[in-house]
Design a protein around this ligand. Structure first.
Ligand code: ZN
Length: 305
């Protein structure tokens, strides 16, 4: 395990497969293509910066969900503040992965209040080893770490919006939180939902496909048929997309579990193509089908990714 500098971490992110944090426009050589997409009169989606970022306008300033990639922190900050004459006041992190907390240090230095599940603070305070990626990720500087942590969830007001945030049991990581903008009926799922690709699951910190399935169930019961659902990666989804995603995860989980129980090796499990029906649609993105199966196999056979 080597300790990576930010530049090395970013170069790693540019080269490694599966590069789950790379969506578009994010390489060290190419300037980021950050784009804004209105979701309601007060809510805007910022894409092109690793994990999807939501921006809520309030009378007193902006509230952000997630802060993108480290290399784009300055560009993200400027782009977010371009929605109106506002300062950024509050940031909620959906989990600790660096494609969702990359702007934390910058925003923390500006005095932004950073909220997250208690395990996000824990993960961001010490180097994190990821056996699946065979890498170690550095801790954030203290000013980038959450200052307001929670263990379950709550509802807060920001301007005219009511925001319900909720921790779910370990799924993508051990510190996942969802955020429901109740008036606008927009829901940020973080990386509990990948739209258009197989999900990355961080087994190194207690994530599991069973947890992902349970989290999908929780999302399905929390939203309604009109909710705009922001996935961690990919385009806006609706409840039916989450139902379809849940069904795929469940079927693949059953198949991989059965193959492992029958004594199949990783190579035999991959050769059995447990994701076959969805490879065309989901296996061409930043997480290949064979990598997804390898991740599940490693997670299920060792308990750690
Ligand atoms: Zn993630």
């Amino acid at each position: 395990m080597t300790q990576l500098t930010r530049r090395e971490m970013f170069q790693l992110a540019s080269s490694i497969a599966p590069a789950f944090w790379l969506v578009r426009g994010a390489s060290a050589q190419t300037p980021p293509t950050l784009e804004l997409q209105p979701l309601s009169d007060k809510l805007t989606l910022l894409t092109g910066d690793g994990g999807n970022i939501a921006i809520l306008e309030g009378a007193d300033g902006l509230l952000l969900i997630d802060s993108g990639l480290p290399a784009n922190a300055e560009a993200m900050d400027k782009k977010a503040r371009s929605v109106g004459p506002f300062a950024i006041r509050v940031l909620i992190n959906t989990h600790y992965h660096f494609d969702h907390v990359g702007g934390n240090e910058r925003l923390g230095r500006e005095g932004v209040k950073i909220m997250a599940h208690a395990n996000v603070l824990k993960r961001l305070s010490t180097p994190q080893k990821n056996p699946f990626l065979n890498r170690e990720f550095a801790a954030l500087a203290p000013e980038g770490r959450p200052t307001a942590t929670f263990s379950t969830g709550d509802e807060i007001a920001h301007g005219s919006e009511k925001i319900a945030y909720e921790h779910v049991p370990p799924a993508h990581t051990d510190g996942d939180a969802t955020v429901h903008f109740r008036n606008a009926n927009v829901f940020h799922a973080g990386d509990l939902l990948f739209n258009g690709t197989f999900p990355f699951i961080d087994y190194s910190v207690g994530g599991s496909i069973e947890g992902m399935i349970a989290a999908a169930d929780r999302i399905i019961e929390t939203v309604d048929g009109k909710t705009k659902i922001i996935p961690g990666h990919g385009p806006i989804a609706v409840r039916e997309d989450v139902r379809a995603y849940r069904a795929v995860l469940s079927t693949v989980n059953e198949r991989v579990t059965a193959l492992i129980k029958s004594g199949k090796t990783l190579e035999q499990t991959q050769a059995a193509e447990p994701t076959k029906e969805w490879d065309e649609k989901w296996g061409k993105g930043f997480q290949k089908s064979s990598d997804f199966v390898r991740m599940l196999y490693a997670g299920k056979t060792s308990g750690r990714g």
